[in-house]
Design a binder for this molecule. Sequence first.
Ligand SMILES: NC(=O)CC[C@H](N)C(=O)O
Length: 229
Amino acid sequence: MTVSIVRFGGSNCDRDAALALGSLDIDAEIVWHEDGLPEATDGIVIPGGFSYGDYLRAGAMAARSPIMDEVRALAEDGVPVLGVCNGAQIGSESGLTPGAFTTNRSARFQCEHVHLRVENADTPFTSAFTEGEVISLPIAHGEGRFEIEPRKLDAIRSDDRVLFRYCEADGTVTDVANPNGSTDNVAGVLGERETVAVLMPHPERATLDDIGASNGAGTDGAGVLRAFE
Ligand SMILES: NC(=O)CC[C@H](N)C(=O)O
C-alpha cells in the first residue's frame, strides 16, 4: 500500500508516522495538504499535532482544507483512513467519524501511557489483536474527551463502531482508567466503514522497537498500523 500522511501547518507527528510505517515496510509519503493527494494513494494517515494551533477548536480549521474532500471521497471508496490524536479531531470535525473531541476532564494537557481494550477485532486496524485483548499506547492531548449524544452513542455501540475503550491493565473499564473523561471510555471509533477509524492514543509512538524499549511505550501500535500492509 502507498500511504499518504497528510501534513497541515502545525502537524507534528507526520514524520513519526512515516518512520513507524517505514519500519513495517509500508510505503509512506508525507503530503502537504495544499498539494492534494497523490494519485497512487491507497491508504491515508491524518497525523497528530496542533494544526492551526488548535485555534477555534482542535482540528476545526484543518477539517475545512480542500484535501479533506479528497480524503472523504477515497474513504467512501474503501481506502483505509486512520486519524490519530489531532488527526482524530480533524476526522470528527470533517464528519468522517461520529462524535467530537473536547477539552479533557482535567482541563490540562495529558501525556501518559494508557491501557486500551480492543472492542472490535474485525477491522483492518485491530485484526492483529483479539476482541477483549488489552494493549498499551501513549496519549498526549489536551482535547481528547470523546463526546457524543446519547442516541448516537447507542447507535455506534449497537453497530460495533467502538474500536477501543480506556481500561485497567486487566481489561476492566472503569472511570479511573478513563484519562480524559471520554463518554463510555471511548478511545477510538469507526466511521461508516470499518476501514475508517480515529483514535486519540498514538500507535506511531509505540511501534519502533528502540523507542518502545527506551520509553516504555512497547510496540502494540504496530498492530494498528498493519492495517496499511
Ligand atoms: N498530540 C496531539 O495530536 C495533540 C492533539 C491536540 N492538539 C490536543 O492537544 O488535544
